[in-house]
Design a protein around this ligand. Structure first.
Ligand code: ADE
Length: 417
């Protein structure tokens, strides 16, 4: 058997979800049509470790249409959509993913995808590529290259490359403008609030929402929460980002102060220990805490447990911790990424461009990966313009182009006032 999923009987429901996503991912679907003819991934064996969602299913089907064989696992214990995983397994695809797996099972799934001896790897968070490097370096010899979807993963891979430890080239898909400037901002913004609302149904208007980290993701969350009437407090370690938050109309302060004010806390830093014991000690009764960063290390749950008298699941993805002094803190989705654990991740429309970049990165590796060094590469910026142009076209919008005269003006350094 080439799969392990929760329940194959969910396949019909999964197919409906995938149909919905396909109807909202026109750029990737156009690339699929071309790839059916050109077969750019023919002969490639792709091991993927990326959230199993309806959008990922559209990517997976596109990889297969382009001639690849795939073997897939989810990249987070709580992010797999079981219906989608069942639909892909029922199509005969090699799929090892179910919602709620343990950490041991998580690595077992990755191992199964490596049994298939990939020629390309695709990561979101770099767990697969780390497993190759740490446990199966011999497999790296037949890997042409890899791709990485997310900020956290790219940071770690760059550190590995700087230490000369990277065994094959990797494309940093995250670093493409049509990825980070859309997916990280609008995708994370909307889907994180979607997760908070599904897990709590709180009214955001009038609430103080504390956003930990004002990077692209934090900014997206802050903007969307403000749009629903919340007052935003941002915490930061980078002065420039903090200043941006201030000029965008938010308050900025240290988490030690923000902890006393927040009604809802959303961490989006990629760093551990953003919310720790001393913050829980001063939070209001009823505070809601959650994380939208890749790993579940941003909220120190051990510290929370140590202060807890009792806890209960008050509704799905929402645990009420009653502290020894009687205050209640509500932890969402066990501190795992709220947007995928409690909602459906970024909407299809935005994943359209992220996954178009993923697809083109894998095609580039299949074509020319053997010529690359063992480094982390960015995708060509022209690709961003092409993808954005395509996306605008599918939305029925057109943009202007410079005339020949205007082009000349651009480089005319003799022109004055
Ligand atoms: N990461 C964030 N949202 C996602 C989605 N919908 N599918 C796959 N990966 C994601």
């Amino acid at each position: 058997m080439n799969h392990k999923v929760a329940d194959l009987k969910l396949a019909d429901a999964g197919r409906l979800r995938i149909d919905w996503a396909e109807s909202r991912m026109p750029v990737l679907m156009a690339l699929r049509e071309r790839a059916k003819r050109e077969q750019p991934l023919k002969g490639m064996r792709i091991a993927g470790c990326l959230h199993v969602t309806k959008e990922t299913a559209v990517l997976v089907r596109t990889l297969v249409a382009a001639g690849a064989e795939i073997s897939w696992s989810g990249c987070n214990p709580l992010s797999t959509n079981d219906e989608v995983a069942a639909a892909l397994a029922a199509e005969g695809l090699s799929m090892y993913a179910w919602h709620g797996l343990s950490v041991d099972e998580f690595y077992w799934c990755i191992e199964r995808t490596l049994d298939f001896k990939p020629t390309l790897t695709l990561d979101d968070g770099a767990d697969l590529i780390f497993q190759v490097h740490a446990k199966h370096p011999e497999l790296a010899k037949s890997v042409i290259g890899g791709t990485e979807e997310t900020t956290t993963g790219v940071q770690r891979l760059r550190a590995m490359a700087a230490d000369g430890k990277l065994l094959y080239p990797v494309y940093a898909v995250n670093d493409s403008e049509t990825k980070w400037d859309f997916d990280n901002v609008y995708g994370t913004g909307q889907s994180s609030l979607d997760g908070v609302l599904r897990a709590t149904s709180v009214l955001l208007a009038g609430k103080t929402v504390v956003v930990g980290g004002y990077g692209h993701c934090g900014r997206g969350v802050a903007e969307r929460a403000r749009g629903m009437g919340a007052n935003i407090v941002a915490t930061e370690i980078r002065a420039t980002q903090a200043l941006k938050a201030v000029l965008e109309g938010h308050r900025v302060m240290k988490m030690d102060e923000a902890a006393k004010l927040g009604d809802v806390f959303i961490t989006a830093t990629g760093m551990k220990d953003i919310l720790v014991g001393r913050h829980f000690d001063v939070m209001k009764d009823g505070a809601v805490i959650c994380n939208t960063g890749h790993y579940d290390c941003e909220i120190n749950i051990g510290d929370l447990e140590a202060r807890t008298r009792s806890k209960r699941e008050i509704r799905p993805n929402n645990e009420e911790y009653t502290l020894k002094d009687g205050r209640r803190i509500y932890l969402l989705a066990k501190g795992r990424l709220i947007n995928l654990a409690a909602a459906e991740g970024h909407p299809s429309e935005v994943m359209d461009m992220s996954f178009a970049n993923q697809f083109l990165a894998l095609c580039a590796l299949a074509k020319d990966g053997k010529k690359l060094e063992k480094k982390v590469y960015a995708l060509p910026p022209e690709q961003d313009q092409e993808l954005a142009q395509l996306k605008l076209g599918t939305m029925g919008m057109a943009i202007d182009a410079l005339t020949a005269e205007q082009q000349k003006y651009l480089s005319d350094y003799s022109a004055g006032t």
